[in-house]
Design a binder for this molecule. Sequence first.
Ligand SMILES: Cc1cc2nc3c(=O)[nH]c(=O)nc-3n(C[C@H](O)[C@H](O)[C@H](O)COP(=O)(O)O)c2cc1C
Length: 209
Amino acid sequence: MKKSKDDLRGIFLDDVPLFSNPVEWLQSWIDEAEAAEIHDANAMVLVTVDNLGKPGARVVLLKEIINDDLVFYTNYTSRKAHDLMVSDRVAVVFHWRDLDRQIRVEGVASLLSPELSDKYFDSRPEGSKIGAWASPQSKSIPNRAYLETIRTNFEKEFAGKEIPRPSYWGGYRIYIENIEFWKGRDDRLHDRIQFFRAIHGWNYRRLAP
Ligand SMILES: Cc1cc2nc3c(=O)[nH]c(=O)nc-3n(C[C@H](O)[C@H](O)[C@H](O)COP(=O)(O)O)c2cc1C
């Protein structure tokens, strides 16, 4: 059942964080979005910049949180991967409209280890594994039939076999430098709490809406 916006008003922290680690807070907001039956509750807009400093944004799914790093999976020859080769700085936004909540993250992306990428790839359904092999992500292709043909060829090639992870597909982890929690409130006097790294743990401050 969907929660209405008002169910959540007033439970936002006052000026004392409910968690000392904001990543636990992020996880709790995703869990609550899932409980509220929001589709793709783990979807986040990922912003990268190219070699000219031109930003690009797209949605990816947060698949894991490992040692407080945000992990997503993609094609290592995609546009975003090219961007990450020239600049590892990223921005991420989650938005759950029905809960009137937003989270903004700024951080640094790095490649996930091949072992962890293998582990995740092995857990995927067969169709998704074939899809990873079949898509030259972000490249220009002549038409839909081209994609279907590559898919069919890989289906034949891997029929009855274990499907290995393509070397050009895997994860990135985002080290969080700062993370801001936003909760819509009446009269546009929203709550904004930003956490940033301190020598031990995290510090936080309230920002004006
Ligand atoms: C809800 C949603 C989830 C998505 N999840 C992923 C994902 O986890 N990984 C991915 O590579 N692309 C994902 N995509 C597709 C990307 O938005 C994007 O089209 C693709 O990664 C190519 O981006 P690029 O050309 O900027 O590299 C998702 C799209 C949507 C709408």
